[in-house]
Design a protein around this ligand. Structure first.
Ligand SMILES: [Ca+2]
Ligand SMILES: [Ca+2]
Length: 160
């Protein structure tokens, strides 16, 4: 049962409440939020939800450039981060777990591609020193920091 697999205790997350305030609209400067707590992929998935956000997906070149800027900050250069891609449902069929959309429009796999070495079904960034935005598939139970993203909000009418 999927549901019981997710009844994990929430990860202990240390982050500023300002950075994670779900009511702040998304801009290119706050779209992605790095959480510096090592957790499993599914704890990361839950952790972002806890803050009213979602595990980050990278679906355009522009988003990838925002990610690149973020990962180039000195405090983030030495870590690997979970993002929302997974092929746990069906080997080789990568989807963004947050939208269930296939990972096809934009892909950014690292030099070896998704190799599924010893069963690797969850996506990370930060593993490749020459380009830290490149993706790698890794074991979902490993512990990494993670990146959340603000859920895009529908525009609110100015006229009430
Ligand atoms: Ca896999
Ligand atoms: Ca791999």
């Amino acid at each position: 049962m999927y549901v019981t697999a997710f009844s994990l205790s929430l990860p202990l997350i240390v982050a500023t409440s300002l950075a994670l305030n779900a009511n702040v609209p998304a801009t290119r400067f706050n779209k992605y939020v790095v959480i510096n707590t090592p957790v499993t992929y599914f704890e990361a998935w839950r952790g972002c939800q806890y803050y009213g956000q979602q595990l980050a997906s990278i679906t355009t070149r522009e988003e990838n450039e925002i990610l690149r800027e973020l990962l180039s900050k000195p405090e983030y250069i030495n870590h690997t981060y979970w993002i929302a891609g997974t092929d746990i449902g069906r080997e080789g069929q990568w989807v963004w777990i947050t939208s269930n959309e296939p990972v096809v429009l934009f892909t950014n796999w690292g030099h070896v591609g998704p190799d599924d070495s010893n069963i690797q079904d969850c996506m990370t960034v930060g593993q490749f020193a020459d380009d830290r935005t490149l993706w790698d598939d890794v074991d979902c139970e490993k512990m990494f920091h993670f990146i959340c993203e603000r859920i895009p909000r529908k525009p609110v009418s100015r006229y009430h």
